[in-house]
Design a protein around this ligand. Structure first.
Ligand SMILES: Cc1cc2nc3c(=O)[nH]c(=O)nc-3n(C[C@H](O)[C@H](O)[C@H](O)COP(=O)(O)OP(=O)(O)OC[C@H]3O[C@@H](n4cnc5c(N)ncnc54)[C@H](O)[C@@H]3O)c2cc1C
Length: 378
């Protein structure tokens, strides 16, 4: 029996692949139900990670049905609302709503595999090498193979390493606008069909189109680590605190935040050190954010979590000896996540410096496919 802690995208992909190949697997998840919590915004699925994992899980065709058409269009603006770059999508990295993707993965598992309402409070090693996971609901389980897929604040990670996530200095405030065609047509236009990043002076207003005529926006700014707790405790004062930071930004951009119909969600960004790794310990490993939390500025976190889940499942299926499987998974995962974490750290620096949005525009122009070289007939 493989025991997974956490039913995020990584844990779900791992469970799905093991299950369809006939292995016994169970997931313990802290949320009380699949719909207990809003899952966050859009994700673009990369070919070699997210899409590869969906193929391995036998869910690629189903995934295509929930892709947001043209959602991979991309615009870069500045604080005055001037457009510096507007790219149509090319479907190489299709966009999907995270909640829909998670729902699809949950539905792909038989009932009973995911044990909802099990928030792990501690994980201890028993004298015989097994692991005991204790839950807030008073229950506990014993397992010989434990996979930590429990995200940024993993309870499994301390078995392997003393490293803890460090605050990047940047916080997001997330809001959502609904029925935008009728209620916020100016915002619908400024965001376009996909993603819009307005960047200036180390700050940003970022927005994604979502299915069902919604827009998810983030105000992004540097703030002390305590900001999230402080601001969220002020109830009514949250929106004013955020808007005050964008006083001289174009109104059409600010209204992406000011038009919020629900309380802001504070998302302070944390990261584990680039190149985070640990020594092998029998019967336990980590996938996804638990292993390599990084800022979202390379758009890799969820993609890597899914690829980790797929790789680990395939390693477990390929090797009779679980230790060989865990070691071979980690040997491939460490360098892959190190290079993505370095890219994410560089992406954050590129988006939030005194010259933005210039470096971001140059970066995306550099990513354009090479123009065809004219063939000389001479
Ligand atoms: C604002 C923002 C934007 C992002 N945008 C992108 C993007 O565009 N593309 C991209 O690829 N990535 C993006 N990411 C990163 C992405 O969200 C994460 O990397 C991804 O969710 C990691 O998946 P995971 O399965 O490892 O962990 P999670 O998604 O965090 O899932 C962990 C699961 O474990 C459960 N859990 C946690 N603690 C416990 C516990 N103690 N006991 C039991 N269960 C527990 C949680 O409830 C959750 O269901 C973004 C992140 C942020 C903050």
């Amino acid at each position: 029996m493989i025991t997974i802690l956490g039913a995020g995208l990584g844990g779900l992909v791992l469970a799905r692949i093991l299950h369809i190949h006939g292995m016994d697997v169970r997931i313990f998840e802290s949320d009380a139900s699949p719909s207990a919590r809003h899952q966050g915004g859009m994700l673009d699925m990369h070919v070699e990670t997210g899409q590869m994992a969906l193929e391995a899980a036998g869910l690629y065709e189903q995934f295509r049905k929930i892709v947001l058409e043209e959602g991979d269009a991309f615009r870069v603006l500045d604080k005055a609302g001037r457009v510096h770059l507007a790219e149509a999508g090319n479907d190489l990295r299709p966009e999907v709503e995270r909640g829909q993707l998670r729902t699809m993965l949950i539905a792909s598992l038989p009932e009973g595999i995911i044990r909802w309402g099990h928030r792990a409070t501690a994980v201890a090693a028993a004298a015989d090498g097994a692991y005991i996971v204790s839950f807030a609901n008073g229950l506990s389980v014993r397992t010989d193979v434990l996979i930590g897929a429990d995200g940024a604040w993993s309870k499994v990670r301390p078995l392997l390493t003393d490293s803890e996530p460090v605050y990047t200095g940047l916080s997001f405030a997330e809001v959502r606008l609904t029925a935008v065609s009728a209620r916020s047509p100016e915002q619908a236009e400024i965001v376009g069909a996909g993603t819009m990043m307005a960047l200036s002076e180390r700050k940003g207003i970022l927005a994604h189109r979502e299915p069902d005529d919604k827009i998810c926006s983030y105000a992004a700014f540097e703030a002390p680590a305590e900001w999230s707790a402080e601001v969220m405790s002020k109830a009514g004062g949250v929106l004013e605190d955020v808007l005050a930071r964008f006083g001289d930004w174009d109104r059409s951009l600010v209204d992406l935040i000011a038009g919020s119909e629900a309380p802001l969600i504070a998302r302070p960004l944390f990261a584990l050190p680039v190149g985070h790794r640990w020594g092998r310990r029998a019967g336990v490993t980590l996938i996804g954010d638990a292993a390599h939390l990084m800022s979202p500025f390379a758009g890799e976190g969820a993609n890597l979590a899914m690829r980790d889940g797929a790789d680990l499942a395939q390693a477990i299926l390929a090797h009779d000896d679980i230790e060989v499987a865990l070691a071979s998974y980690e040997a491939a995962m460490f360098p892959r996540s190190e290079s993505a974490a370095a890219e994410s750290a560089a992406g954050l620096e590129m988006c939030f410096n005194d010259r933005t949005p210039g470096p971001v525009v140059e970066f995306f122009l550099g990513m354009r496919p090479e123009p065809a070289v004219p063939i000389s007939d001479g």
